[in-house]
Design a binder for this molecule. Sequence first.
Ligand SMILES: Nc1nc2c(ncn2[C@@H]2O[C@H](COP(=O)(O)OP(=O)(O)OP(=O)(O)O)[C@@H](O)[C@H]2O)c(=O)[nH]1
Ligand SMILES: [Mg+2]
Length: 1131
Amino acid sequence: MVHLEKIIALQKNPANIRNLCILAHVDHGKTTLADCLVASNGIISSRLAGKLRYLDSREDEQVRGITMKSSAISLHYRNGDQEYLLNLIDSPGHVDFSSEVSTAVRLCDGAIVVVDAVEGVCPQTQAVLRQAWLENIRPVLVINKIDRLIMELKLTSQEAYTHLQKILEQVNAITGTLFTSKVLEERAEKEKEEEKESETLSGDQVFDWSAGLEEVDDSHLYFSPEQGNVVFASAIDGWGFSIQQFAHIYSQRMGIKAEVLLKTLWGDFYLNAKAKKIMKGAQAKGKKPLFVQFVLDNIWSLYDAVVTRRDKEKVEKVVASLGIKVMARDLRHSDPKVLLSAICSQWLPVSQAVLSMVCEKLPSPLDMASERAEKLMSVGARRFDSLPAQTQKLKTAFLQCSSEDNAPVIVFVSKMFAVDTKALPKYKPRPLTQEEIVQRRELARQRHADRMAADQTAAESHKELAHSESMSQESQPAGLNTDSKPEEEEELKETFIAFARVYSGVVKKGQRVHLDGIYNSNLAINVLALNIAPFVSQLVPEGCSASDCVFEVPHLSCCSMESIYLLMGRELEDLEEVPAGNVLGIGGLEECVLKSATLSTTPACPPFTPLNFEATPIVRVAVEPKHPSEMPKLVRGMRLLNQADPCAEVLIQETGEHVLVTAGEVHLQRCLDDLRDRFAKIEISASKPIIPFRETVVRPPKVDMVNEELGKQQKVAIIHQVKEESSQGRSSDTLLVDPSGLVTLTTPNRLATVCVRAIPLPQEVTQLLESNSEVIRTLEQINMSLREGKSLDISLRTLEAIAGLKDQLDSLLQGRKWRNAVERIWAFGPRRYGPNILLNNVDSYQRPSVWQCLGRGDKTVEAGAQAAVLRDFDNSIISGFLLATLSGPMCEEPLMGVCFCVERWDVQSSAPAQHQESFEEDSMSHKALADNKVERSSETSAQEEGMASGLGQAERRPEPASDCYGPVSGQLIAAMKEACRHAFQAQPQRLMAAMYTCEIMATAEVLGRVYGVLGKREGRVLHEEMKEGTDMFIIKAVLPVAESFGFADEIRKRTSGLASPQLVFSHWEVISSDPYWVPTTEEEYLHFGEKADSANQALKYMNAVRRRKGLYVEEKIVEHAEKQRTLSKNK
Ligand SMILES: Nc1nc2c(ncn2[C@@H]2O[C@H](COP(=O)(O)OP(=O)(O)OP(=O)(O)O)[C@@H](O)[C@H]2O)c(=O)[nH]1
Ligand SMILES: [Mg+2]
C-alpha cells in the first residue's frame, strides 16, 4: 500500500510525474488494464485485478459493464532507481460519453491507447487518437486481449504475428493522416505569412516549394515495438510485455547484444541457428520471424499447456524454468485461468510493462511543448502574439511548471463531478491516534465501573439508562457524529469537486484565485444573442438553458479553493497543497464554476480554449416530477445534473417544459438515474424522447406522387387548391402573396413594408453552413465588434477559415438566381450561425458586407464599408428573420437550408430622419402604399380608413414617437417574421429528419437479423465489409434518429448479444414525402384514393410534434363510423 506521504513527496518533483489517461473504443479493456495498474500499488488485490473494475465505481457502471465517467487515481512506480508518480485517468469508450474523454485528455500529457487485438481499430479508436492529437498529447499503444487470438480465433503464432502487424499499420495510418494534414496546414499558414511579409518588403522572393512533408521528421510519432511505445497484453490474464523485456531476457540467455535484439525482435528478421546470426528476409525465405520464435511461441505453448491440455508436468517444468513460484492452491484450482494468471502475472506482469513504458516514453509536465501552451491560451479568433504582453509572459510559467513561491498559480478545471458528501475525507472515520485510544479506554473503563455500580444499587432508573446511552454515543469518533437535522443533511448530500490540474504555482488550501470566464459554449451563445437582439434570447427555446436562468456567472470573479484533494479512484484524500504538474480535486467551487474554468492568481491569465467535444447532444426528453408539488426539487436537481455532467444540457422550453438533452440513449438513462437517485431524489417521469426535426422548402416537384409529369395532367382538385391558397392569407389586408411566392407584408400601422421570398438552398450549401457553424459564429462576433468600433487582431487561421468559407459559398452558389448572392448575405440564422441565409435584394440598400473583416486592408472595400451605413431598423429585419428561422410554420421546429430574399423594404420612420437616404425611401413608400391601395380597391371602407390613418400618421411624422401599435422596431420584427413564414409556406415544404450513422460489427450468422432490424427501422446500409483476419462483418448504415430508440437493445436481443451498434449523429436528411400532400391529379386519385390515407410518414412525424407542443392538429378522429360499427358487430 502506498502511503500518502510518499505521494505528497513525489508530487513535488515534476520531472518524475506522468499525467496520463487510458483511451480506447468501448470494451477494449481500459478499466481492466487500469485494474492491473492499480493492483500493482496494492490498492486492490492482484487476484481481483481485472474482475473488480475498481475505477467503475458507479453501480450502473458495474451492472452494465461499461464506464460512464472518467476518474483519476494516483499511483506510485519504481522504474530502475527512479520513483515516479502516475496520475492515471480512466476514460469511457462509449460514444455517448465522449465528452468525458475530452475532459480527461485536457488534463494529461500522455495517453495509453488500448486496442482490442481481435476487433482492431474501431470508430472510437480513431476518435480518441484524434482527440489526443488535437490536445497535443503523446500516445503510447497497448494491444490488448491477445489471449483472444489464442483461445477464440485459434490463430497460430505466425498468423497472430501477421494480424498484429496489420493492427499496427491501421493505427499508424490514422496517425499518418493526422500528421500530414497538420503539416500541410502549417505549411500553408507559413507560406501565407511569408507571402505577406514579402509583399511588404520586396516583390520578388524565391520560395522553396519542396518544403514540407519530406523534411519533417515524423518517425517518433508512429507506434512501433522497436521504439518501445507498444505493449502487447492480455489485461484479463495479467500479462503484458514490450520488446525490451524479451530483448533483455534473450540477450542474457543467448549472448546476443540487447541493442541488436531490440532492432530485430520485431520485423522481418530470423535466426540462422547454424551461423548463429540474425538475418533479414524471414518472409521471403519462409522462416519464422524472431518475434514469433522468441516471443509468441512461448506464450502460445504456455496457453497450450495450462489452458488447453492442462498438462501438469509441463506446467511444472515451465514454472521451474521461469524461476517463479506458484501457490499449490493455484496449481490445483479447477479453473485453469487462475493458474495461468498466477504464472503470467509473475513472468510478464502487465503493470510493469505498461508503467515502465509510460515513464520512459510519455512526457513529464516539464516537457510541455510551447505549441501546446500557446494553444491552451489563445481562445477562438485571438492569435497568441496578439494577446497582451503580460499574458504572453505566462507562457514561460507553463513551460517551467514551477512551484516557486513567485510563480503564478494557473489551474484548469475540466469538469465538475458530484460525490456523496459522506464520502469526503472529513467525514471518514480516521484511524485513532495513540492518545485517543488511551482516552477511550479510560472512558470505557469508567462506564463499565458505573454500570457495575448501578447494578449493585437495585433501584435502576430509566434516566440513568438514557444517560449511559448518550454517553456511548459521545464516545463515537467525532467525524461520524453528524446527526444534524434531516433537512440539512439533504442539502449536504452531494458535494461538487472540480476535476483539475495545476499548470503552474502551488495550490494551497483556502487560497483565493481569479476565475477567468466560464467557457461553456451554451453561455457564449446566449451572451451573443443577448447583445444583438434581446428579443431572441428570451424566446429561444433551445439556447436558453436553465443554467443561465439560475446561475449568474460573472466573467471575472474571485473564489476560494476551500479544500483540495488527491483523487484516488473511489476515495479522496485531504491535501494541504498541490504543486505544479499534478492532477487534483478542488472543493468549494460549486457556486462559481459551472462546468469548466480557468483559475489563476493573476488576472492576466486568459481562459483556456474550450474543450473539444466530439459528440452532439441530440436526444432530448421532457421531464416532470410525478407529484407536481415537487417541481422545485426537480429544478434544483436538474441544475445539479447540469453541473455534474460535461455534456448534458438542461433547458426550459418556451412551453415551460424542462428538457434534458443528452448524447444518446445510454447517456440519457444515466442522467435520469442520477436525477432520480442523487440530485432530485424524487420520482420523475420522462417523456418519450423528443425527436428533433428541421423544416425546409424544396424546389417544386416535376413529377407527381405516381411519377407522372406534372403540368401535363389535368388538376382534378382545383377546389382544394383554391381553398389552400385562400388559407395562405391572400385576402388579408396587409398581406399579399403573389403566385411566384413573393410575399408582401405591411406592419399594422402601415409604416413599413417588406417583400420576402423563400428559396431552397442547394444541399451542399446547407451542409457547408452546418459544418462551418463555428466559423460563422466567429465571423458574427467579429462583425459585432467591428460594428461597435472595436479593433480586433484576428488570427491568420481564422481569417483563412472565413475566406475559405466565402470561396466555397461562391463556388456553390452559381447561376442566375444566385448572382452576387454571397456578397449580399445579410445574416445567418437561427441564432446567427445557423444553416439559413437572409439575402439583401433591396436595390436601394447597400449594407456593409458580412465579410467585411476579410476586406480590411484592402482600400476599395474600406471606402465602401464606410459609405455603407446600417439603415435604421436593420436589426429588426434580422431579428424577424432569426425568429422565423428558429421555429417554422410546420411544427415550430427550426428551419434549415432556406434562403429568405428581402426584395423590397420600405420604412417611414416615425422618429426624426437621420439620413438623406431615408427621405427618399419615404417618398418611395408613399408610392408603394398608393399602389397597394389601387390593388385593393375592392376592400371595405373600414380598411380604407385604416389605410388613411396610416398615411395620416406618416404625414404627421415626426412628432409621435410611437403609435397604438407599439414601437416600429417591434412591429417590423413581427412583420418580418410573418413575412418569412408566409414566404416559407408559399413553397413546397418538407420535414428534415436527423440521421445517425451506425457501425455494427456482427458475425456472418447474425448478419441477416441485423439487416432485418435495420430494414424495419428505415435504416439504409451504406456498405458492408469483412474485417480482415476475422469472421466479423462491419456494417455501416444510416438510421433516422426517430426510429432509433431501442435500436441498440433490439439488435442485441435479436443477435443474442453478438452485435452491438454505436450510434453517432451524422446529418439531416430531407424526408421526401410532403406532409401536406393530397392527391390532385387523376393518376394520384387512382393510385391513392381520395383520402390518400396510406401512410404519410412526414405527416405522422409532423403531427406527433404538433401534438407534443400542444399545437392544433388537423385530423379526423372517427373516419369511418359505419365500418367501425360493423366491425364491432362481427365480433
Ligand atoms: N479475453 C479478454 N477479455 C478482456 C481483456 N481485457 C478486458 N477484457 C474483457 O473485456 C470486457 C470489457 O472490459 P473493460 O475493461 O470494462 O473495457 P473498457 O474499455 O473499460 O470499457 P468501457 O469503459 O465501457 O469503454 C470485460 O468483459 C473484460 O473482462 C483481455 O485481455 N482478454
Ligand atoms: Mg471502462
